[in-house]
Design a protein around this ligand. Structure first.
Ligand SMILES: Nc1ncnc2c1ncn2[C@@H]1O[C@H](COP(=O)(O)OP(=O)(O)OP(=O)(O)O)[C@@H](O)[C@H]1O
Length: 251
């Protein structure tokens, strides 16, 4: 089995009396896509926020590459390679696609938020940014302003920005949401390639995409892990079919 890169131990998040993450323990291994699925309100986004460091947990642990990062904020975790796609830095509409990616490449490691334009003189960052654009299929749009991108292309740009920041683990919250079926298919193909290099935690409502991509699937219901297993195990689990997949389970 591939090494564990990210792990939670009995992670808990409460909002007042509402237990949103109920002692969740799971792990994400190198070169795998681990998908989290579950009904609306199951706590998927909350869990990803706890993993990225955007939300503090009430109890439990987050271990990244064997190190306890529970007390670290989002920037500290990002610098070590635990990256949530859209949260590294927001898109600057007036800058070009390439400039946005160069900025993400710089921002994750050096916190230098000044001298914007001269950054394009940094050959190492530009090379990394171009590679991320190539990976995400956006090379042809490098020189246009971010404001002119279509919705699907913006999601590709967010992914390119995460890649440029040199992740080891990518946290993706509904990367196909709002995309056309053609755009979704392109993202599925992209994530297939990316898992050769990274560990990916994927939250996605598109079950076709989940069952095509995931090596393991965890089903969350009311903040609790109902079951975790291979796509086949999940597809054939009677309880999962009853609470979530219903008749739409994909054969
Ligand atoms: N800031 C908050 N304060 C209070 N309750 C919250 C807060 N954020 C989330 N919740 C509640 O926590 C529960 C889980 O929400 P969350 O968004 O994590 O679920 P989800 O599985 O991602 O849902 P969806 O599939 O609809 O995106 C919901 O009942 C939601 O109302």
């Amino acid at each position: 089995m591939n090494p564990v890169l990210l792990q939670t131990e009995a992670l808990v998040k409460r909002y007042g009396g509402l237990l949103v993450t109920d002692a969740v323990s799971l792990d994400i291994r190198a070169n795998e896509v681990h998908a989290i699925i579950g009904p609306n309100g199951a706590g998927k986004t909350t869990l990803i926020n706890q993993l990225s460091g955007e939300l503090r947990s009430n109890s439990g642990k987050v271990l990244f590459a064997g190190k306890d990062v529970t007390g670290q904020d989002i920037a500290q975790r990002a610098r070590q390679g635990l990256l949530r796609s859209y949260q590294i830095t927001s898109i600057f509409e007036d800058f070009t696609v390439l400039e946005n990616v160069v900025f993400a490449a710089l921002g994750a490691k050096e916190h230098a938020f000044r001298f914007w334009r001269p950054m394009l003189g940094r050959a190492d960052l530009v090379a990394r940014a171009r590679e991320a654009l190539e990976d995400t299929g956006l090379s042809g749009r490098a020189a246009v302003s971010a404001a002119s991108l279509a919705y699907g292309e913006r999601r590709q740009l967010e992914l390119a920005m995460a890649l440029a920041a040199e992740p080891t683990v990518l946290l993706l919250d509904e990367p196909m949401a709002g995309m056309s079926s053609q755009e979704s298919a392109a993202v599925v193909a992209l994530l297939h390639r990316l898992k050769q290099r990274y560990a990916i935690l994927l939250i996605e409502h598109d079950m076709d995409a989940v069952f095509k991509l995931a090596d393991r699937i965890t089903v969350l219901v009311y903040g609790k892990t109902l079951v975790s297993g291979t796509p086949d195990e999940i597809r054939n689990n009677a309880e999962v079919r009853a609470v979530y997949l219903g008749d739409t389970a994909h054969a």
